[in-house]
Design a protein around this ligand. Structure first.
Ligand code: 13P
Ligand code: SF4
Length: 349
């Protein structure tokens, strides 16, 4: 990341406010109230795997969805509810709104963002694209609506390798943004000509290869599962590299009894459900990173809690937590997003 991007990330992190612990009776009261309000408002809860297990279980119990970012986009678009409550980070809410402009999209907090989104401002990104007009622009879903509007394709980690391979076979050179590690990974997997924006996820960047090798010595039979936003040296140790959904599937299907998992620890809730008899261990992060306290947990995902979720449903005005995307940006961003959904249907993601 550039020094400027690191400073922007720091400023956002200063504003992060993670919900405090709540006692059992308040917890149950909030869960009941949220379930009731979802019904009353014809709303459905769409949650990412990295949110608190409390939010994930509520989404499951109320007929919502808990998934990766690609499936969140699909689910929100196809569901008949008139309001989508997106528990995740801002780009997920924006994607939902672009794909379903007729629906109301609320988030427990629209302050929840992503270092990849912050580190790829639209004006600088557009200038980068203008310098390379011969390249097909592929952006990761973890970007603003304005950056998507500048792209030919949007992609999530679950279909990134397949899409770059497909474009490479058509003879296209790629301009990839914003995640440098995922960009390098898809380049190495496909051999495509990929020019990368130098963004990074502050959570996955903190996984450490040396400490992971040490942990492997303690658990020599464990399989190592790694999200491709992690650094190259960590990816190199992996038995399976994949999106959140792909890692959950691998945990269930691999014969190993123990898994060392290099992605946000929020994933353990669904991974343990899918792999009941397996032992799941967090891959090591170490010390204090450049921008983030090392903890394998996304500070912005952690902002989603029962209190702010209940509040956004109680306040019919949306209380500043409703997502809007201007019509022209949405129209342009819809094109690469629809391509992502159509392409995703054609591959096993
Ligand atoms: P997935 O697309 O695998 O859900 O990942 C989203 C994300 O933010 C990873 O850090
Ligand atoms: Fe962004 Fe990383 Fe958080 Fe995912 S885990 S939302 S990539 S900061």
């Amino acid at each position: 990341m550039t020094a400027e991007a690191i400073e922007l990330v720091r400023q956002h992190l200063d504003r992060v406010s993670v919900p405090g612990a709540i006692d059992q009776s308040r917890r149950l009261e909030l869960r009941g109230r949220i379930a009731q309000l979802l019904k009353a408002r014809n709303a459905v809860l769409v949650a990412h795997y990295y949110t608190d297990p409390e939010i994930q279980s509520l989404a499951e119990e109320t007929g919502g969805c808990v998934s990766d970012s690609l499936e969140m986009a699909r689910f929100g678009k196809e569901h008949s509810a008139t309001t989508l409550v997106v528990a995740g980070v801002r780009f997920m809410g924006e994607t939902a709104k672009i794909l379903s402009p007729e629906k109301r999209v609320l988030m427990p907090t629209i302050e929840a963002t992503c270092s990849l989104d912050i580190g790829c401002p639209e004006d600088q990104f557009s200038a980068f694209c203008d310098q390379h007009p011969e390249r097909t622009v592929v952006v990761y879903a973890n970007t603003s609506a304005a950056v998507k509007a500048r792209a030919d394709w949007v992609v999530t980690s679950s279909i990134a390798v397949d899409l770059i391979d497909f474009l490479d076979k058509r003879g296209e050179k790629i301009l990839w943004a914003p995640d440098q590690h995922l960009g390098l990974y898809v380049q190495q997997k496909t051999g495509a000509d990929v020019l990368c924006w130098q963004g990074a996820c502050i959570v996955h960047e903190e996984f450490k290869a040396r400490a992971l090798l040490d942990l492997k010595k303690v658990y020599p039979d464990a399989a190592v599962l790694v999200h491709p936003e992690s650094p190259e040296a960590v990816v190199a140790i992996a038995d399976v590299v994949g999106s959140t959904s792909q890692l959950i599937r691998a945990a269930a299907e691999l014969p190993n009894k123990t898994m060392i998992v290099a992605t946000d620890r929020g994933i353990f809730y669904k991974m343990q459900q899918a792999a009941k008899d397996k032992v799941l261990i967090e891959a090591p992060t170490a010390g204090s990173g450049g921008t983030c306290r090392s903890c394998a947990h996304c500070p912005w995902m952690a902002m989603n809690g029962l209190e702010n979720l209940c509040h956004v449903l109680e306040d019919e005005s949306g209380a500043g937590q409703e997502i809007f995307v201007d019509t022209e940006t949405a129209r342009k961003a819809m094109i690469p997003l629809q391509r992502m959904l159509d392409f995703g249907r054609s591959v096993k993601s």
